[in-house]
Design a protein around this ligand. Structure first.
Ligand SMILES: [Zn+2]
Length: 182
């Protein structure tokens, strides 16, 4: 029985890498290994830079030579099959001509958020249909994370001046009182 579960876990992990490479591929980075986390309630996926692929400065968005690595960080991706998924990655710091020594820019998220961009967008979309509390419960996350996701998506929209934020702000305001009551 245990052997069957282990084999099942390996097959699932392999499928997960295939799915990620197909649906959430980032130029310059590769998904390396996927395995269950220590409590078997989560899946951890190692991400690393593709061989020979340089880092991008988060200050000026230009390629910059590497300086060092920061400790490994976990960021949360959209859950699969009801299991939490985390990306594990050691951010590189770069020595940029313009900005000095700064952390690199990565396409799946940034240092200020514990969730990947894809997951924040996913939660923010659901938070338009459900209350923030219901969204948090449905995806086994916290109200704070849903709030953070909505604020991030609205902020991103404002920064990029799309039409979406105007609708998003209206929805955010209408969601806020409901969310604080629940
Ligand atoms: Zn720079």
């Amino acid at each position: 029985m245990r052997f069957t579960l282990e084999v099942f876990a390996i097959i699932r992990a392999m499928e997960l890498l295939t799915i990620l490479n197909h649906c959430h591929h980032h130029r310059g980075f590769v998904y390396q290994h996927a395995r269950f986390g220590p409590n078997r309630k989560s899946i951890e996926v190692d991400l690393r830079p593709r061989a020979g692929s340089g880092a991008i400065c988060s200050g000026c968005h230009q390629p910059a030579p590497g300086y060092d690595h920061l400790p490994e960080r976990r960021v949360e991706f959209i859950p699969f099959w009801g299991i939490l998924v985390f990306f594990l990655y050691r951010m590189r710091r770069v020595q940029c001509r313009n900005c000095g020594i700064v952390v690199e820019e990565v396409p799946w998220g940034d240092g200020k958020h514990q969730l990947t961009r894809a997951y924040m967008l996913f939660l923010a979309r659901w938070a338009r249909k459900l209350s923030w509390k219901e969204t948090a419960e449905a995806f086994h996350t916290s109200w704070d994370q849903v709030c953070d996701a909505v604020e991030y998506v609205v902020g991103w929209g404002l920064e990029h001046r799309t039409l979406e934020p105007i609708r998003a702000i209206g929805w955010m305001k209408s969601s806020a009182p409901k969310a604080t009551n629940t």
